[in-house]
Design a binder for this molecule. Structure first.
Ligand code: ATP
Ligand code: MG
Length: 244
């Protein structure tokens, strides 16, 4: 379980996260929504220790994310960045294998086997290892980024806008993949997205981030029926934009 406990993070005198608390349960898919620039990525980065809050703490599986624990706990967490963040000069095999090289002291053949396993889990064939990021479609890049996140067998995966920029059909396949990884590998999944339909389609719970705080947290049914002002505004503008 991840406990985000009264976190405050300020940038340029603005409390982007303001005494924010949230608990993430094991094996759930929880989606965080909120306006652009509100602090969703900052929240994800705080959960993995890339952003240090001024106040509050993050506790993962009963250990505070501090000092030596950070190294230990990070191994439990895969991160799929907003931009897939693959290294352009490395092929996909090396991109995925890099984490293993640094974290575990293992030989190249074992690394290759693990990379092939990770690719299989995201439904990519072994020959994708030879491709470079610049030669891959958006959907394949996302899959490769997810493979890189799962190669260390994480308990948690944080996905920052995993479907942004993908067409609806490819988006759906990525959503299916996230759900399958959650079910088959028991991966607790935290997703940040602008895509309300996707959030409603795949989440166990949805959280709304607004003014530095979680202003709504509930299952998809309570989200759909919520009269909370932030949610209504978000829903209305979303359906206005998508014409649904
Ligand atoms: N390293 C940083 N230095 C200064 N300000 C930052 C930094 N990181 C984030 N911020 C600010 O914090 C706020 C929240 O940023 P964040 O990237 O979390 O937004 P977001 O909700 O993920 O937005 P989007 O939906 O557009 O990705 C923004 O105003 C941003 O400028
Ligand atoms: Mg963001």
């Amino acid at each position: 379980m991840v406990i985000v406990d009264k976190i405050t993070k300020t940038y340029n005198n603005r409390k982007v996260l303001d005494n924010l608390s949230i608990k993430i349960n094991d094996e759930e898919i929880i989606t965080i929504i909120g306006k652009s620039g509100i602090g969703k990525s900052v929240l994800l980065k705080t959960i993995i220790g890339l952003v240090k809050p001024e106040k509050g703490r993050v506790i993962i599986d009963d250990l505070p994310l501090e000092g030596k624990n950070i190294y230990l706990l990070r191994k439990k967490i895969g991160f799929v960045f907003q931009k897939s963040a693959l290294i352009e000069s490395l092929n996909i095999g090396d991109n995925i294998g890099l984490a293993l090289k640094f974290v575990q002291n293992i030989d190249p053949e074992t690394i290759k086997g693990k990379v092939i396993d990770a690719l299989a889990k995201v439904e990519l064939k072994p020959d994708v290892m030879e491709l470079f990021p610049s030669n891959m479609s958006g959907g394949m890049l996302k899959r490769a980024a997810i493979a890189r996140a799962i190669v260390l067998n994480p308990k948690y995966i944080l996905y920052d806008e995993p479907t942004t920029g993908l067409d609806p059909i490819v988006s759906r396949t990525i959503e299916d993949l996230i759900v399958n990884l959650n079910k088959d590998l028991h991966i607790t999944s935290v997703i940040v997205t602008h895509d309300l339909n996707s959030a409603i389609g795949i989440s166990d719970r949805i959280a709304m981030l607004s003014d530095g705080k979680i202003t709504f947290l509930g299952n998809t049914e309570s989200f759909v029926n919520s009269k909370n002002g932030d949610i209504m505004e978000f829903r209305n503008s979303y359906y206005l934009k998508t014409g649904e």
